[in-house]
Design a protein around this ligand. Structure first.
Ligand code: SD4
Length: 287
């Protein structure tokens, strides 16, 4: 049976490779998503996810994460959570609840503490230095505060044809406290249906959520398109439409995986991603 996994950016590679050994051994796609994304969250030198993520304008690391089970459509998400080691695990646990499955800010952090998730000050020395330097640059040179933002998003397929998706990000560097992007929002940052496939996004959340692009890609795959054709049809016309109607468009990259283990990508910037399946060992690709 086929198994496969895809993840955004170079940073996905190690976690994805680790999780694919679980898929190879017959493990579940839901577990693979959590294993892979935790690995990215724990690595201190990725500046836009988990520990070491760049903070908001006040110097606090506020993170967004989501988890979706493509068999049951269960979704859990957190936005603006702080001081928690693995937001993806909190999102996954929340997906077990029918009510209160999307928590934000202090409520999300409190939920994590009450439920025994590991606390951690997510601001590293390095991230704090980068923040202080940026504050100074903004003050001295009148620069736009926003710079640097990448989400890790993953979609997986297991040998029982189960699919899952997840995201995790510290969002826009220097964002306003409380700001959230697309990553925690179903349909925008991620979507997965085991009967079809899944998709996930990285880029400027404010613009990504205007198009609900992850859902749109899954819908197009459901109408019979390959993941690549679905990515192309969902993303590029929308980028043009947004340019025309809104006047500008941020950076967008979307990845998709169908329930046959085939993948596709659409992006309007230079973009790297990691992917593998039962026939191809995990690799880093450029799009
Ligand atoms: C957000 N989409 O918070 C995320 C950040 C990101 O590449 O992925 N940037 O808007």
């Amino acid at each position: 049976m086929t198994y496969a996994m895809i993840g955004t950016w170079r940073m996905a590679y190690e976690g994805l490779s680790k999780a694919m050994t679980t898929l190879e051994a017959g493990g579940k796609s839901t577990d693979a998503i959590e294993i892979a994304i935790k690995e990215v969250e724990d690595y201190p030198f990725f500046k836009s996810v988990g520990y070491g993520g760049l903070p908001n304008a006040q110097g606090l690391v506020e993170m967004d994460a989501a988890f979706m089970d493509g068999n049951t459509f269960a979704i859990g998400a957190v936005a603006g959570i702080s001081d928690v080691k693995n937001p993806i695990s909190v999102a996954r646990q929340l997906s077990n609840d029918h009510f209160n499955s999307f928590l934000v800010g202090a409520g999300a952090s409190q939920y994590a503490m009450f439920n025994g998730f590991e606390a951690r000050n997510m601001l590293t020395e390095r991230a704090h230095k980068l923040w202080a330097k940026r504050v100074q640059e903004i003050n001295e040179k009148n620069l736009s505060p926003y710079d640097g933002h990448d989400t890790v998003g993953m979609v997986s397929l297991d040998q029982d044809a189960g699919m899952a998706a997840g995201t995790s990000t510290s969002g826009l560097f220097m964002k306003k406290p409380g700001r959230t992007g697309d990553s925690a929002l179903s349909g925008s940052g991620f979507y997965v249906d085991s009967d079809i496939g899944g998709a996930t996004a990285t880029g400027l959340g404010e613009d990504l959520m205007k198009g609900c692009l992850s859902y749109e890609i899954v819908r197009l795959m459901g109408s019979g398109l390959s993941p690549q054709a679905a990515c192309d049809q969902a993303v590029y016309p929308f980028v043009e439409k947004l340019k025309k109607r809104y006047g500008k468009v941020g950076e967008f990259s979307l990845i998709a995986l169908n329930n046959q283990g085939e993948w596709g990508v659409a992006t309007n910037v230079e973009f790297t991603f990691a992917a593998g399946n039962d026939e191809q060992t995990p690799q880093i690709y450029m799009a």
